[in-house]
Design a binder for this molecule. Structure first.
Ligand code: HEC
Ligand code: HEC
Length: 346
C-alpha cells in the first residue's frame, strides 16, 4: 500500500498557477479541481471568509458556519451531533472542512457533490442555520462592507454569489504539510519510529485501513486536477444491524437514502483522517467518543451483518501496536489551521 500512496501523490504534474490564483502546495501535493464556473480569486476568498464567520447567515443571527466548523478543532464542533441556531439537534456529527477542495462527494452520505450546492443545506435547513433567502440577502445588502466585498469579488449579492464565495474560501482550507506529508516526500526523520510502525500497521493487509482511507487524502471519495475520473466509494463498516438483516437505524441509513438501492444500506463516506486527533467524537452519528473506541470497533469487525464491507476484518493489536497506530494518527495533525487566513475578519 505504501507504493500506492506514494504513486497517488507523485502522479500529479498539474501546473501550480491558476488565472488569478496561486495554490500554495508542497511540490508533491495535487492541485484541486476547481469548477470552471467558479474560478478562484483572492477577492472571492476574502468575501467567503467574511460570510463563513458571519452569524447573520442564520435565522437567529447567532450562528455562523464557523460556530460548528471551528478552525481550532480542524473545523468541527466537538459535539456528538450538531446543534442548530434554534437549539435543535441534528442527526449527524459535524464534518471537518479540511481538504474539502478534494472531495468528490459532499456530506456523510453523498447528498451533494459540489461545495456550491452544499452551502445551501446548512444555511436554509431548519435544523441548522434556518435562514430564509430574502432575510439573508436583506441583511447583507444593508451592510456597506459587503457592498465593497461583493463588488471586489465580481459577485452579485445573491444566494449564488454567497455560495460561490463560501466554496472558494472553503477550497483554501488545505492540509498538505503534516509530518506524514514530509515523510512521504522523503524526509525519513519526519515520523519517529513509533509513528512509522503505526503507518505500516495502517497500510497493512491485517488492519486494512488504507483500503478505504486511501490516496493522498486518506479518504474514500476524492478528486483533483489531472485525475482521469473522481474516486467515489462509500462503505458499510458494520456499526449497526437493527433487524438482523443489516439495517441501520431508520432515518439515518446512509447512501441507500440517496440511491434507493438496498445494497447501499449503511454505506457512508470514509472521511479524510487528516487532523483526526482534533475532531472527536467520531463516525457519522458521533457514536465513538475517542480514537481508542474507533480502533476497538474495527478490531471487533463490527456487527455480523451480510452488508458489512469485506475490508472490515477482525484483528488483534498488542498494547504497543495500538500506541503506534494512535501515534501515526496523531502525526496527521496540521498546525497551520489556526493561521490568520482562517480566523474571523469581524
Ligand atoms: C449546526 C452546525 C453546522 C453549521 C452551522 C454548519 N455546518 Fe456544515 N456540517 C455540519 C454537519 C452536521 C455536517 C455533516 C452533514 C451531513 O452529512 O449530514 C456538515 C457538513 C459540511 C460540509 C461537508 C464536508 C464534507 O467533507 O463533505 C461542508 C462543506 C460544510 N458543512 C460547510 C458548511 C458551511 C459553508 C456552512 C455555513 C453556510 C456550514 N457548513 C454550517 C454542521 C454544520
Ligand atoms: C471498509 C472501509 C474502511 C476500513 C477498512 C476502515 N475504515 Fe475507517 N471509516 C470508514 C467509513 C465508511 C467511515 C465512516 C463510517 C460511519 O460513520 O458510518 C470511517 C470512519 C473512520 C473514522 C472516523 C472519522 C471521523 O471523522 O469521524 C476513523 C478515525 C477511522 N475510520 C479510522 C480507521 C482506521 C484506523 C482503520 C483501520 C483500523 C479504518 N478506519 C478502516 C471506512 C473504513
Amino acid at each position: 500500500m505504501r507504493a500506492l500512496l506514494v504513486l497517488a501523490i507523485a502522479a500529479c504534474t498539474e501546473p501550480r498557477v491558476g488565472d488569478t490564483w496561486q495554490w500554495e502546495l508542497p511540490a508533491q501535493f495535487p492541485v484541486p479541481r476547481v469548477p470552471a464556473d467558479n474560478p478562484m480569486s483572492a477577492e472571492k476568498v476574502e468575501l467567503g471568509r467574511h460570510l463563513f464567520f458571519d452569524p447573520r447567515l442564520s435565522n437567529t443571527g447567532t450562528q455562523a458556519c464557523a460556530s460548528c466548523h471551528d478552525p481550532a478543532r480542524a473545523f468541527t464542533d466537538g459535539r456528538t451531533t450538531a446543534i442548530g441556531a434554534s437549539g435543535e439537534r441534528g442527526i449527524h456529527n459535524t464534518m471537518s472542512l479540511v481538504n474539502v477542495a478534494y472531495n468528490s462527494s459532499s456530506t456523510w452520505a453523498h447528498d451533494v457533490r459540489r461545495l456550491e450546492e452544499q452551502a445551501r443545506l446548512p444555511m436554509f435547513s431548519p435544523l441548522e442555520m434556518g435562514a430564509s433567502e430574502s432575510e439573508v440577502l436583506a441583511r447583507l445588502s444593508a451592510d456597506a462592507i459587503y457592498a465593497e466585498l461583493f463588488a471586489a469579488a465580481g459577485e452579485p449579492i445573491t444566494i449564488d454569489g454567497v455560495t460561490r464565495a463560501l466554496a472558494s474560501f472553503e477550497r483554501t482550507i488545505i492540509s498538505a504539510d503534516t509530518r506524514f506529508d514530509r515523510f512521504i516526500a522523503g524526509d525519513e526523520f519526519a515520523l519517529d519510529a513509533s509513528e512509522q510502525r503505526g503507518l505500516a500497521l495502517f497500510e497493512s493487509a491485517r488492519l486494512g485501513c488504507a483500503h478505504c482511507h486511501g490516496g493522498f487524502n486518506l479518504a474514500s471519495a476524492y478528486d483533483h486536477a489531472g485525475m482521469a475520473a473522481p474516486q467515489i466509494q462509500l462503505f458499510n463498516t458494520g456499526l449497526y444491524d437493527v433487524d438482523g438483516r443489516g439495517a441501520y437505524p431508520a432515518g439515518d441509513q446512509g447512501l441507500v437514502e440517496v440511491t434507493g438501492d438496498p445494497a447501499d444500506m449503511g454505506r457512508f463516506r470514509a472521511p479524510t483522517l487528516r487532523n483526526i486527533a482534533l475532531t472527536a467524537p467520531y463516525f457519522h452519528d458521533g457514536s465513538a467518543p475517542t480514537l481508542d473506541v474507533v480502533i476497538d470497533h474495527y478490531a471487533g469487525g463490527g456487527v455480523a451483518s451480510p452488508l458489512v464491507s469485506p475490508f472490515i476484518t477482525r484483528f488483534t493489536l498488542t498494547a504497543s501496536e495500538r500506541a503506534d497506530l494512535l501515534a501515526f494518527l496523531g502525526a496527521l495533525t496540521d498546525d497551520s489551521l489556526t493561521s490568520p487566513q482562517f480566523t474571523s475578519p469581524w
